[in-house]
Design a protein around this ligand. Structure first.
Ligand SMILES: Nc1ncnc2c1ncn2[C@@H]1O[C@H](COP(=O)(O)OP(=O)(O)OP(=O)(O)O)[C@@H](O)[C@H]1O
Length: 270
């Protein structure tokens, strides 16, 4: 599959080749070639059950897959989830609830610990950043340093969602895979969330975004991949994707696309 958006392969951060996942008789992902560049926001969209979460599970090592996965040129397909995380690949989960009794900073500290005690110990021995710095850096990336000592219940829903993203940014994260991070946000909050995502990407972090909020996805993503029945059926810039007959057919009658349609001139373009 040709991919003409990148000027050089050096800019590629995540690259999958022929990534496939089978669950018994179900081909959840079939031969997926996908790339995310440093500083790029790439959307992965598709109808329910298309295989989006499976793809994130496969890339991050949480489900068995075949094919190759590389991050900044290092092959990771045989690595454990922990090693992939240490290599700079982090994800959020669809049900990524925060600990309501902990402050925002403490919620991030839990994420630091989940990277591994041994890893933390080696960071200290090697004199690299202590966790407090890592937490501060992640909160700065999402613009939440002011609320570090508040509990999630004191934050807006949009801020709570950003804490979820910040948890994935602790440590030296180079690529973040966000699985429906904006679920439940209203139009205004979703727009603000998109602005923060762009700020994060502008620091050079690559972002893979899965979301059913088509306005957010079409607005913030540089490029999109569309999955249907586990296969990539289209890829390209958002405007091109909206015009793609295969995408229209896959989404026909989908509430997400209908909701996004007026704002994105869907009816005129389709
Ligand atoms: N652990 C599993 N065991 C068996 N089948 C699974 C498993 N996880 C997912 N599947 C199947 O794989 C296919 C892809 O599911 P997946 O959750 O990746 O889709 P999705 O695009 O993320 O859907 P949604 O938008 O609803 O979250 C579906 O047919 C699903 O039923």
């Amino acid at each position: 599959m040709s991919d003409t958006t990148f000027a050089t392969t050096a800019q590629r951060l995540l690259e999958t080749r022929g990534l496939s996942v089978r669950y018994g008789g179900v081909s959840a992902n079939t031969d997926i070639d996908l790339a995310v560049g440093a500083g790029e926001i790439v959307g992965l969209i598709g109808p329910n059950g298309a295989g989006k979460t499976t793809f994130v599970d496969a890339v991050t090592g949480f489900t068995k897959s075949s094919g190759s996965v590389s991050l900044a040129g290092s092959q990771l397909e045989k690595s454990s989830p922990h090693r992939r995380r240490r290599a700079g690949m982090a994800r959020t989960w669809q049900a990524g609830e925060l600990f309501t009794d902990l402050t925002v900073a403490q919620n991030l500290a839990v994420a630091v610990q989940s990277v591994g005690l041994r890893a933390m110990f080696s960071d200290i021995v090697n004199g690299s950043k202590p966790p407090a710095d890592a937490i501060d850096r992640a909160l700065t990336l999402v613009g939440l340093t002011d609320v570090a000592d508040r509990r999630p219940g004191e934050l807006t829903l949009g801020q709570q969602k950003l804490v979820g993203v910040a948890r994935a940014l602790v440590g030296d994260t180079r690529l973040v895979l966000l699985d429906e991070p904006a679920a439940g946000l209203d139009t205004h909050e979703s727009k603000e969330f998109g602005t923060e995502l762009r700020r994060i990407a502008n620091t050079g972090i690559g972002v893979l975004l899965i979301d059913h909020d088509m306005s957010l996805v079409l607005d913030v993503c540089d490029r999109l991949y569309v999955l249907d029945f586990g296969k990539v059926i289209a890829q390209g810039p958002p405007a091109q994707i909206l015009d793609d007959p295969a995408v229209v057919a896959a989404y026909l009658g989908s509430p997400e696309v209908e909701a996004a349609a007026p704002q994105n001139d869907w009816e005129e373009q389709a």
